[in-house]
Write a protein that binds this ligand. Structure first.
Ligand SMILES: [Zn+2]
Length: 287
């Protein structure tokens, strides 16, 4: 099954595919092992910064190697801000592109997203492309900052319909109160807007919830029941990796074989990912 098949299944059965960001081999290992052990499909995300660090070709090569063992992993070029950078990820062999034109005007966002979709589909008919509409604030960090978000930042249902019709995206990232990162306030999701968007946007387009790290489990569950079929998690993995590594370094001052220290850290990240997969309902969905 390719990514689109899994999304069709998820949309029909009301569960969500997890999307986890990675910037190194340790995080990648944790995601792949958790997916395999859970019998789950999974998306691996690399933001522009993350993929620059990993190297586009290395990221694709690593995922390709892991696919031999568990084929149900899909590499996404997360938050790609220009069409040209999206083209590079398509050419490198990414399974999925997230074109993020959310800071552009609606017209420019539609034009650039359409350009990314056309290029991606001309190179790979199985590729899945995501667009984004609404103003998604914050960045994937742990902060005490208060981030103000107003209904004006939210995705507007009528614009969402126009956007998906004119761009041909497979997935749409929406803003319904979600904020990147873990911030001092728990974001409050506007479920009425989610319902309105789900009602108006054609069924074959999957709805994506970014910034899943700061949202309470019960709200994630409700969002999935109302039509979200893809949830992004990044900040929680970053925090666990950093904190876990710091503890290992402190507890083992004479250990220089880093992989021994990382083993336990990867184990705890894997556990978190398994928990998220249970929450998303995607465990055991690969038959
Ligand atoms: Zn995001």
């Amino acid at each position: 099954m390719n990514l689109k098949d899994f999304f069709n299944q998820a949309n029909k059965e009301h569960w969500a595919i997890g999307h986890f960001n990675v910037s190194n081999l340790e995080l990648l290992k944790a995601v792949v092992e958790a997916a395999k052990e859970g019998g789950s499909p999974v998306m691996i995300g690399t933001s522009e910064g993350e993929r620059e660090w990993l190297g586009l070709k290395s990221a694709v090569g690593l995922v390709k190697a892991y696919k031999e063992d568990w084929p149900n992993i899909f590499l996404n070029a997360d938050h790609t801000k220009s069409a040209e950078v999206a083209f590079d990820a398509v050419d490198a062999g990414y399974d999925s592109i997230h074109f993020d034109g959310s800071t552009l005007s609606l017209k420019e966002n539609i034009d650039e997203t359409r350009r990314a979709v056309r290029y991606a589909k001309s190179k790979n008919k199985d590729i899945s492309v995501e667009g984004e509409l609404g103003y998604l604030k914050g960045d994937s960090q742990l902060t005490n900052k208060k981030i103000a978000i107003t209904p004006d930042d939210y995705t507007k249902p009528e614009e969402a319909l126009k956007f998906v019709n004119e761009t041909g995206v497979d997935r749409l990232a929406i803003v319904i109160g979600n904020i990147h990162g873990i911030n001092s306030d728990e974001p409050e999701l506007d479920f009425e807007i989610l319902e309105a968007i789900r009602k108006i946007v054609p069924k074959h387009v999957s709805l994506v919830l970014h910034a899943g790290s700061g949202i309470p489990d019960v709200d994630i569950k409700k969002a999935i029941s109302l039509g979200i079929s893809n949830v992004h998690i990044s900040t929680e993995l970053r925090v666990l990796f950093r904190d876990g590594l710091e503890k290992q370094l402190k507890d083992n001052p004479k250990e220089y074989a880093l992989y021994r220290l990382e083993k336990e850290v990867v184990g705890s990240i894997k556990e978190l990912i398994r928990e998220k997969m249970r929450l998303f309902g995607c465990i055991g969905k690969v038959h």
